[in-house]
Design a protein around this ligand. Structure first.
Ligand code: ADP
Ligand code: MG
Length: 330
């Protein structure tokens, strides 16, 4: 890979979880109702994602991993939404500069699947016909094989796996009508398995355990044509989830996992006033908002967002939260 391309890729993909997040979003964008993930060595050796979405047309395969090639422009035409999804057509390109990528894909109109590999943004040879179901499987091998500094900076494979699993869990909670599974290579058991028909509560229970899901309150609100909010909040006693001390808030904006510090801070403030000692917060928010009302501080790995109606939405959730928590208190 050229040095420039490698550096650019290394800024977008700093750990296996970043690559996985991009690929899960692609699978969801492709209308998948099932996403299976297989991981070896924390995603450094193998990171594989198999979906049952639209598949990729054979004619699009030659440029699949070229930078700035995307099939998604129409939906996101204005500048702000371009910022929101700041890296149009860069994810697969980036990954192909720092890993070996093999794609197997089949559209419903194609009688067979096509398999092809990529390196440094380019297709290697020609796609080969193969057996396969409708959908796309992307196999990423030897991530960072050519970026030794990045490899050295990473934590252990088990830490990287924990990050992957956490990210899959968050998408599984948010993405209704999509089933998810995640497992380690060689394991017969899934680390996570969420059925396509699961409700939000069931998804939360599967991901975080019954202890979390037993106290959840769901609610939603919307402002016509501007935003729609779905939320689930609760408190957790005796949190014993992968030795975690707390569950960071899960916040999706327009189906992308993001962070929003002001919102997180005000909710934490309320929790700290009302939550019985030792109990922890659980917050899931899914916000759909008109793309031009969202602004993203464009660092791709942080995804910190600002949005219009932030105060209004924060206040709404805060009030709900306060009501719930003070009810529990008395
Ligand atoms: P972007 O998602 O911004 O368009 P990506 O580099 O993530 O850019 O993906 C490039 C293109 O590859 C997408 O626009 C899409 O057409 C295609 N693609 C990637 N993954 C999948 C998938 N799982 N199913 C169908 N198409 C996909
Ligand atoms: Mg993408």
């Amino acid at each position: 890979a050229s040095v420039v391309n490698k550096i650019a890729a290394g800024e977008i993909i700093i750990a296996p979880v970043n690559a996985l997040k991009e690929m899960m979003e692609n699978s969801i964008d492709a209308g998948s109702t099932n996403i299976d993930i297989l991981i070896k060595d924390g995603g450094l050796k193998i990171l594989q994602i198999t979906d049952n979405g639209s598949g990729i047309d054979k004619k699009d395969l030659p440029i699949l991993c070229e930078r700035f090639t995307t099939s998604k422009l129409s939906a996101y035409e204005d500048l702000n939404s371009l910022k929101t999804y700041g890296f149009r057509g860069e994810a697969l390109a980036s990954i192909s500069h720092i890993a070996r990528v093999t794609v197997t894909t089949k559209t419903k109109d194609d009688p067979c699947a096509w398999k092809v590999s990529y390196a440094d943004g380019k297709m290697i040879g020609e796609p080969k016909p193969t057996a396969g179901k409708d959908g796309t499987a992307i196999l990423v091998e030897d991530l960072f094989f050519n970026v030794q500094s990045r490899l050295r900076a990473l934590r252990s494979p088990s830490d990287e796996y924990a990050k992957v699993l956490d990210c899959v869990g968050r998408y599984a909670i948010h993405s209704k009508n999509v089933g998810f599974s995640c497992k380690k290579f060689g394991d017969s058991q899934y680390s996570l398995n969420v059925g396509v028909d699961s409700t939000t509560q069931e998804r939360i229970r599967t991901v975080f355990g019954g202890n979390v899901a037993s106290n959840i309150l769901e609610f939603n609100t919307h402002k016509l044509e501007e935003y729609g909010l779905e939320a689930a909040i609760g408190q957790v006693s005796n949190l014993n989830f992968n030795n975690k001390k707390h569950i960071p808030p899960i916040f999706f904006i327009n189906n992308r996992l993001v962070t929003c510090d002001p919102l997180r801070r005000s909710l934490n403030q309320i929790y700290s006033l009302y939550l019985p000692k030792g109990n922890k917060s659980f917050i899931y928010l899914g916000l759909m908002i008109r793309p031009d009302l969202v602004d993203v501080n464009v660092h791709p790995t942080k995804r910190e967002v600002r949005f219009l109606h932030e105060t209004e939405i924060t206040e709404y959730i805060s009030t709900k939260l306060q009501d719930t928590l003070s009810d529990i208190d008395t």
